[in-house]
Write a protein that binds this ligand. Structure first.
Ligand SMILES: Nc1ncnc2c1ncn2[C@@H]1O[C@H](COP(=O)(O)OP(=O)(O)OP(=O)(O)O)[C@@H](O)[C@H]1O
Length: 233
């Protein structure tokens, strides 16, 4: 398997506070990797430092087999799509205009993944439902050739059926050769489509294994959620 993104002993955070410590994660082409853990565990911080948005304090990040030094912008041109928490469509622009924003982008590629967007192309994005906006957010990230999709809580606030639809689409994209790193609150649902799982708790990796192994240790993983909140709140 071709390794796309990896970190070794990654420590990062905000000022002197290290929200994550000595984190080791890898994502290869063709696999869905889930990053799980309770609120405040450090999942978003991990994605931000892996994608080059947040500077790292120590450790190493490798992107496409070489030490990662460029910004998110540079990595995006090499096939890294990062969908951050929350819907980030341009509300006043149409779906078509939203899809046309990326330079060198190809709206048709995105519409192939989400055919339901075709009939909405002329509609203002602000008038779409929550699920449609989230599809558009994801579709926009895919207008460029994508090697790795990194997504933070894609399914936040969506109806169960829409969550299932998005996650199945993500699985199909990985089956087509893309690597996927997902932060997701719906543990059971994400285990249905993930190949491997990491569980973060209080800034460190507490579990790393296959989705099958995670299912076998679900009781223990649930416990990490219950006891995972930082003591200072
Ligand atoms: N901009 C920031 N400045 C200072 N501390 C921050 C900042 N963002 C996050 N933190 C802290 O870093 C820790 C990890 O936060 P992070 O957002 O990475 O967790 P998370 O696992 O993504 O949580 P959630 O599931 O609630 O989104 C938390 O203690 C949080 O309060």
């Amino acid at each position: 398997m071709t390794e796309l993104l990896a970190c070794r002993d990654l420590t990062a955070g905000y000022g002197d506070a290290h929200a994550i410590r000595n984190v080791n994660i890898e994502v290869a082409a063709g696999e869905v990797v889930a990053l799980l853990g309770p609120n405040g565990a450090g999942k978003t911080t991990t994605l931000l430092s892996l994608t080059g948005v947040l500077p790292i304090a120590s450790g190493e990040v490798a992107w496409l087999g070489a030490p990662a030094s460029g910004s998110l912008h540079q990595r995006a041109r090499q096939g890294l799509a990062y969908v951050s928490e929350g819907r980030s469509v341009f509300q006043r622009l149409t779906v078509r205009q939203n899809l046309a924003i990326a330079r060198d982008g190809d709206a048709e590629r995105a519409i192939e993944v989400f055919p339901e967007l075709r009939k909405l192309l002329g509609r203002r994005a602000g008038l779409l439902s929550g699920g449609e906006q989230q599809m558009l957010t994801l579709a926009r990230a895919l207008t460029r050739p994508t090697r790795l999709l990194v997504a933070d809580e894609l399914s936040l606030g969506l109806a169960p059926r829409t969550v299932g639809r998005l996650l199945q689409t993500v699985r199909q994209m990985a089956d087509g050769g893309m690597g996927v790193l997902l932060v997701e609150q719906h543990v059971n649902r994400v285990l249905d489509i993930a190949d491997r799982v990491y569980v973060l708790r209080q800034g460190t990796i507490q579990f790393a294994g296959t989705a099958k192994e995670a299912r076998g240790r679900m009781h223990e993983i649930r416990g990490m959620y219950l006891s995972g909140a930082p003591s200072n709140g």
